[in-house]
Design a protein around this ligand. Sequence first.
Ligand SMILES: *[C@@H]1O[C@H](CO)[C@@H](O)[C@H](O)[C@H]1NC(C)=O
Ligand SMILES: *[C@@H]1O[C@H](CO)[C@@H](O)[C@H](O)[C@H]1NC(C)=O
Ligand SMILES: *[C@@H]1O[C@H](CO)[C@@H](O)[C@H](O)[C@H]1NC(C)=O
Ligand SMILES: *[C@@H]1O[C@H](CO)[C@@H](O)[C@H](O)[C@H]1NC(C)=O
Ligand SMILES: *[C@@H]1O[C@H](CO)[C@@H](O)[C@H](O)[C@H]1NC(C)=O
Ligand SMILES: *[C@@H]1O[C@H](CO)[C@@H](O)[C@H](O)[C@H]1NC(C)=O
Ligand SMILES: *[C@@H]1O[C@H](CO)[C@@H](O)[C@H](O)[C@H]1NC(C)=O
Length: 507
Amino acid sequence: MALRWTSISGFRIAFAGIVLLLCAAAAAIDGSQAAPIGVNWGDMARQPLAPEVVVKLLQSNNISRVKLFDTKAPILEALSGTGIEVMVGAPNSLLPALAAPGGNGEQAAADWVAQNLTRFLRRADGGVKIRYVAVGNEPFYGPNNATYGHLCLPALRNVQKAIGAAGLGGKVFATVPFSADVLDEAGASPDPSSGAFRPDIAAVMRGIVASYVETGAPFCVNLYPFINLVYSTGFPSDFAFFGAHSSRDSVTNLTYHSVFDAMFDRVVSALAKVGAPALPIVVGEVGWPTDGNPVANVSNAQRFNNELLAHVANGSGSPLRPDEPFDIFLFGLLDENLKDLLDGITPYERHWGIFLHDGTPKYPIDLSGRGDSGSWPKAAVGVKHLDRKFCVLSPNLHPDPVVLGQKVDFACAHSDCSALQVGGSCSGLNSSMIASYAFNNYFQFNYQQAQFCNVDTLGMVVTTDPSTERCKFPLGLDYPAASSRSLLIARGTIFSALFPFLLFLVL
Ligand SMILES: *[C@@H]1O[C@H](CO)[C@@H](O)[C@H](O)[C@H]1NC(C)=O
Ligand SMILES: *[C@@H]1O[C@H](CO)[C@@H](O)[C@H](O)[C@H]1NC(C)=O
Ligand SMILES: *[C@@H]1O[C@H](CO)[C@@H](O)[C@H](O)[C@H]1NC(C)=O
Ligand SMILES: *[C@@H]1O[C@H](CO)[C@@H](O)[C@H](O)[C@H]1NC(C)=O
Ligand SMILES: *[C@@H]1O[C@H](CO)[C@@H](O)[C@H](O)[C@H]1NC(C)=O
Ligand SMILES: *[C@@H]1O[C@H](CO)[C@@H](O)[C@H](O)[C@H]1NC(C)=O
Ligand SMILES: *[C@@H]1O[C@H](CO)[C@@H](O)[C@H](O)[C@H]1NC(C)=O
């Protein structure tokens, strides 16, 4: 859910992507049946859906497991008493405190467990069914490694101890969601059986894995075939999906029909090399985006996710672990229009949802994996949109293109223009439509307040939807309450600020 690191050197990426998403779901594998599908619920969004609306969306779609990135009280309260199994997260920003030396980290972990775990477990309505605690998120991933890598094991240890001291050992399991780049891919053989952890973290991985064996926690890793396809030159596109391409491991002679399985087995092989050949694996994130890149479209996402779910529902596992059903968390539930785009190079990051930002499903998908892939998920109920008003570039103006470009950049920097990028659903519009799209997003992000459509007299509010067949102009949501909005506006600015110079060039 954090940034997905993408070294552009082809080979490395080819495999790194896939591994990003595997989180090991622990102990309770009964050997025959796949665990129900889990879904990542991220909320890095302007005007997110209300937690109660999202919980009803989960229930109406029979989604019984979610992975969160935090422990926000309103979200956990909405999940309380529902029986939905939850993985909560202690974000990377808490790792320094949780790993602090001299007993301070132990104390911080005990406080965290009391305030953010126990409090939600023990409630009159039965509480939140928390099964996992994610300690940090992708701490060894490229740019995170220097800041968080050394904190990972001590923080994990302290959280494990605090969970034990709270009497939750064997009930709640601490694990660290890793990105696929924990694997050593530099010059590595493509054989899954050759999988190994990066030499710079092999020793710490050995310690982490030993602590999982001790506590009964699974290994958690995120795997993204989409990243393999996008960043590896010459990658066979069918291998990003399931069944239509095969490749053989030259050592084991096992056949692979998907890079997902190949990456999974690279993790299996790496675990064996650090002394944990049978450690259960949970895929913490796996999915396919629908916008912001030429291969991120609805048909590919529908194909990938339906094939993945059928593969999981089959109940058998990877070639190296044929008897261990996969345990996966889809990424993700909803689009997140404030996610970081790595200086604009990963516009697809905001489009991983099965559902659009407002809870509308994007394509038919059978979340049970039982093959009914023609059926649509149920849309969110009780979503309040803002009025049917849009902001567009006033017609018959002939603004200086440089000035207009600057206005567009500004509007985009304070909203979400990822769909305008190459391969996006709104790429290829003419310059007035691009300006309208940008102005409208800025206007919706700011709750349609008139001053946010002025854009120095270039903008105009209209009631006819300017959308084209491919490019949908979003309508904002009337959430959260007006009193909490200014804070969000400031936050949105920070998250989007780096974005949109590409647009300028388009104009
Ligand atoms: C809902 O999911 C549970 C567990 O995954 C399954 O047993 C049940 O049959 C599902 N119900 C429907 C209506 O799909
Ligand atoms: C509980 O979690 C929140 C959100 O991550 C965090 O801000 C807070 O510091 C945590 N409480 C403790 C005692 O660590
Ligand atoms: C990543 O972090 C680990 C743990 O601190 C450290 O040993 C390793 O050298 C780091 N790797 C890189 C490439 O900086
Ligand atoms: C590997 O598998 C192929 C196809 O199943 C078979 O033809 C071949 O003999 C096997 N090679 C070895 C070394 O087992
Ligand atoms: C989606 O992308 C694929 C290329 O990966 C392309 O072949 C297909 O036509 C696209 N589908 C749509 C509906 O644009
Ligand atoms: C699972 O897939 C394997 C390999 O394609 C197949 O042989 C098996 O029959 C499938 N099992 C089920 C329960 O569908
Ligand atoms: C831009 O595209 C829109 C919608 O397709 C069209 O109505 C408009 O006339 C075009 N404007 C210019 C200047 O070409």
